[in-house]
Structures are given as structure tokens and as C-alpha cells.
Design a protein around this ligand. Structure first.
Ligand SMILES: [Zn+2]
Length: 313
């Protein structure tokens, strides 16, 4: 699409089109200048806005299956949950780079819990028409990350975007023999991933680790949560690593990097990846941003008592 349709100027100068489910690029209403309702920060040549897709409610046995019952209850309380569940955020980073507007994941759409699927409406509130999105990078193809790709009537929610996924993620979920090769618990995940990935197949690029989506934005293999899960590394004063679900909670797995997560496909590989990631982030002083961390989810990783803590920015 033409860059003149949607100004590549700072998101903070975009007008708010509150409540408008825009489907086409719209001119900015004259005289309407308002801040985006979502936090925006500059990172080198890029501007990052963390747009909420809503929140999920997860049970304690998914969030921290290794925790003893009393420890689990206390942690759920710290996460503003009750004795059995806790709400976790869904943060979709939007990267602006010149004429490009790049979403990292598409949120849940109508394919997860009712408290999710707010991305399109929230983008609209920030003055970003869905049609203005030029690229979508999937960290992985779980329903809370790719479920916002297709509307219930089969149209693309981001109709002008080019899509990117790791080759290994594509290969895993699109296996025609998934009902034979995967355990039954993954069959619905595979059906959902196939729905979303096949819908964009003609405009999809399959990437290998290290490949760039555009100069200064590349994918990094962070497997385990799913076999082809990737993080997105963005050049800047220090690298920014958008970690997706390689680390799914900013309290639980920072304080207990030895614990597993209930939705990891390969739980031991995921644990190893998480430790390597947190260790690298602390050592190299990376900026990090997690999909399910308390909104907006950006900060730096510090070592503390043999574990870690997130220092928010
Ligand atoms: Zn997730």
C-alpha cells in the first residue's frame, strides 16, 4: 500500500479514532492530535508501541505445575489472581520503521478466551487502521498469538500485510499427519495453526534463524514452547529482544527459572531456552519484552539470588 495513505510519522501524533473499526486507511481528522493510549518507546531507528490484545486467565497448574501448593497460591495472589487462577496480559508489539508497520503476532481473535481478541479494536483506538499493517511476524502459531489472523467469516484481519513464520514452526504445525504424529492434546492447536497459517500461505515467508524481516529486525530461535518458536531481535542502543512465549511470566520464571510451564510443547527444551535467554539478557544488558508479562512488559533483566528480576523501563 502507498505510504501516503497512512502517515509514517510518529504514532504519538496519530489521531485517535476511538471506537472505529476501520478497515481502510483513513485520513487523520484535522485538528485531532492525541497520544496513543498505549505506551510507546523509541528504540534506535524504531518506534515500539505495546498494544494490548486483552488478557488471559490461566490456572495455577498451567502457570507453574512444579510449584508446591502453598507456594503456588502465594504466587497466584501476587499475580492478582485467586487461589486457582491468575490473569495474564497479552501484549502485541507494533514496530514502526519508516513506512513499515510491523505486528509481532496477531493476538487471539475469536479463538481463545473472551477477554482476548482486543487487538484490532485497540489498534483502531490508537489511530492505526488494520489495513495499514505492512508485516506480521509470528513468534509461534498458538491460538493466542495467531488466532487474530482470520475473521470468523474467513477474511484476513490485516489484509495488506506480508506474513513471516519460522520454517520449523510451519513444518511442525502443517504436518498433514499431525493426528498420527502428535499427542491428542495438540490436535486442536494444530487445527488452529493450520487455519491461520494456510490462510496467509500465499503471502507468507518462511524464515530460518538469523533471517531479517527488514534491516535491523531479525528472528532468533527460541525453541521449546513450540518447536519453531522464535524471538524477534531489534537493533538499537542495545538489542531489544521480543521474547514471545519463550518466557511466559515476568514473576514466575524470573524468580523460578528452574520451573516448567504447562503449555510448553517440549518442556525441558523450553526450560533450557528460557535460562539461556534470561542469562544472555542479563549478561548483555538486553532490553526485553514479553507477550504475557504485566503490561506493557518491557524492561531489563537483572540477576538476583541465583535467579532474575525484571527491571521495568
Ligand atoms: Zn501465549
Amino acid at each position: 500500500m502507498s505510504s501516503s495513505a497512512v502517515s509514517p510519522s510518529s504514532l504519538s501524533r496519530r489521531s485517535m479514532l476511538v471506537g472505529m473499526a476501520a478497515t481502510l486507511p483513513l485520513p487523520l481528522p484535522p485538528g485531532r492530535v492525541a497520544a496513543t493510549p498505549f505506551p510507546t518507546f523509541r528504540h534506535g531507528a524504531f518506534e515500539i508501541t505495546v498494544v494490548s490484545d486483552g488478557y488471559l486467565t490461566l490456572t495455577g497448574d498451567i502457570l507453574m505445575p512444579d510449584a508446591a501448593p502453598d507456594v503456588r497460591r502465594r504466587m497466584l495472589g501476587r499475580l492478582a489472581g485467586n487461589g486457582a487462577t491468575a490473569p495474564v496480559a497479552a501484549n502485541v508489539p507494533l514496530i514502526q520503521a519508516g513506512d513499515e508497520l510491523i505486528l509481532i503476532d496477531t493476538g487471539a481473535g475469536t479463538h481463545f478466551q473472551q477477554s482476548t481478541g482486543r487487538l484490532a479494536r485497540n489498534l483502531s483506538m490508537a489511530g492505526i487502521p488494520r489495513a495499514a499493517i505492512t508485516k506480521v511476524v509470528f513468534t509461534h502459531a498458538h491460538p493466542d498469538h495467531s488466532g487474530g489472523t482470520v475473521t470468523p467469516d474467513g477474511r484476513l484481519l490485516f489484509p495488506n500485510a506480508r506474513y513471516y513464520v519460522s520454517r520449523s514452526e510451519w513444518d511442525f504445525w502443517t504436518d498433514p499427519g499431525f493426528e498420527v504424529h502428535m499427542p491428542p492434546a495438540l490436535h486442536d492447536f494444530a487445527r488452529g495453526a493450520q487455519r491461520d497459517l494456510f490462510a496467509v500461505e500465499e503471502r507468507l515467508t518462511r524464515l530460518a534463524p538469523g533471517d531479517e524481516v527488514l534491516p535491523g529486525v531479525r528472528i532468533v530461535a527460541t525453541p521449546g514452547h513450540t518447536p519453531g518458536h522464535v524471538s524477534v531481535e531489534i537493533d538499537g542502543p542495545e538489542p531489544l529482544l521480543i521474547v514471545g512465549d519463550a518466557c511466559t511470566n515476568d514473576l514466575i520464571f524470573f524468580e523460578h527459572p528452574e520451573w516448567h510451564f504447562g503449555f510448553d510443547t517440549d518442556r525441558d527444551l523450553a526450560l533450557k531456552t528460557r535460562r539461556v535467554l534470561l542469562d544472555r539478557a542479563a549478561t548483555e544488558k538486553l532490553k526485553v519484552l514479553g507477550y504475557h508479562w504485566s503490561h506493557p512488559g518491557a524492561g531489563y533483566v537483572e540477576r538476583r539470588n541465583g535467579a532474575y528480576r525484571l527491571v521495568r523501563t
